[in-house]
Every structure is written in structure tokens, then in C-alpha cells.
Write a protein that binds this ligand. Sequence first.
Ligand code: B16
Ligand code: MG
Length: 216
Amino acid sequence: KEIAFIFDLDGVIVDTAKYHFLAWRNLANSLGFEFTEEHNELLKGVSRVRSLEILLNIGKVELTDEEKQPLLVQKNTEYLEYVNKMTADEILPGINGLLDYLDEHSIKYALGSASKNAPLILEKVGLFNRFAAIVDGNDVSKAKPDPEVFLIGAQKLNMKPENCIVVEDAIAGVEAANAAKMVSIGIGDANLLSEATFVLSDTTGFTIDFLRNIMK
Ligand code: B16
Ligand code: MG
């Protein structure tokens, strides 16, 4: 049967989490509190606005929506400085080979990311033109774990949700895929991503053999 893939971006195609971390940590420090890599885990797959709320909670800082606006701009401005330096070298291991395989077999794939910067990041690493559809943080009104981002992706690919396979590193993303009634491949800790249909510890597990197996 015909199937399609929908890829998350951060944690699956590239590791932008490290740049998000640097920018969020700077913001936290400027507000007078520490922000650790463990804290950063809580922000993976989460929207920018929600990320700031979680961060302010950690620092026990209360701000109005109006006061949050310049902080969101400040964080994103710094984040974009890192993104602008990205190159194709930052594509995670296994991904290029996987996309080649999908192209060779005429299997369609889309991007389904929470990031409003997703098109720019894909451009930077030279993958923008390879995706049949791109759904990002600008296209959705409900963030993961809501299935909206993946359902729009399926629609744009002209595929039924049950014939789509989502690749995700975040718990919220796996939940979104499940809510969309799609097959899910979790990338990361099998204990954390136990709700995924399949789990790979990292993208190097994304071999042609693995693909053939799950597509049977
Ligand atoms: P932006 P994904 C997510 O990307 C990141 O994991 C998350 O940490 C970030 O807050 C979110 O994008 C929004 O990003 O500030 O660039 O709009 O994993 O859904 O590709
Ligand atoms: Mg992710």
C-alpha cells in the first residue's frame, strides 16, 4: 500500500535544540536565574510561547503578555544568529540516506514541525526543496500533542492519516501522531517514548533494512 512520511525537524532532521538552549539560557540569565540542559528537555517540541511560559515558571518570574513579547523577540533574534550559520553538515546521521531511499522509491514525505523558523532552517541545510510539503509553527493553531500539524501534513500530501508514518523525538509529538491515528517512530529514549509504534535510540538506526521491515 502507498505510504508517506512526516518528519519532525528539531531532534530528527537537525539538532537545533542546542541553539534553542543557548538562547533560552541567556534569556534566563538576563532575568537573574539559571537554566540547565535538563530544563531544556522540557521545551523540546513545545511552541515558542509555551517554552517561555515554562522557562518563566522555572525562574518563578511572573510577567504580563505585553512584557513577554520583547523577551520572545530577544530569544528568537539570538537563536537566528546560530541558525544563520547552519550548513548541510548539521543534518543528523542517516537522514540524507533515508531521504535518498524515499526519493528512489517515490515515497512522499512532508515536514511537520512546531518551529516558525522551520523553512529557514531547511533552506540553510539545503533540504527545503526536497519536502513535498512543509507544515510549521506558522500553519497551526493548536500545538503538539494536538494532531493538527500532522493532519495538515497528510492533507497536503493527499494521504490518509493511517497511511502516514511520523518520525518524532518529543513525547508531545508522538502523542500528536497517535492522536492523528498515524504510525509513529520515536527517536530517543525508549522509556520516554514508550507510546510510539517503534523506537530508535538515534537517527543512525534509520537504515534501509529498518524501513523495509516496518513497511511490510
Ligand atoms: P521556534 P520541532 C520545536 O521544533 C522545538 O523542538 C522547540 O524546542 C521549539 O520551541 C519549537 O520548535 C518552536 O520553535 O521558536 O523556532 O518557532 O521539534 O517541532 O521541529
Ligand atoms: Mg522535535
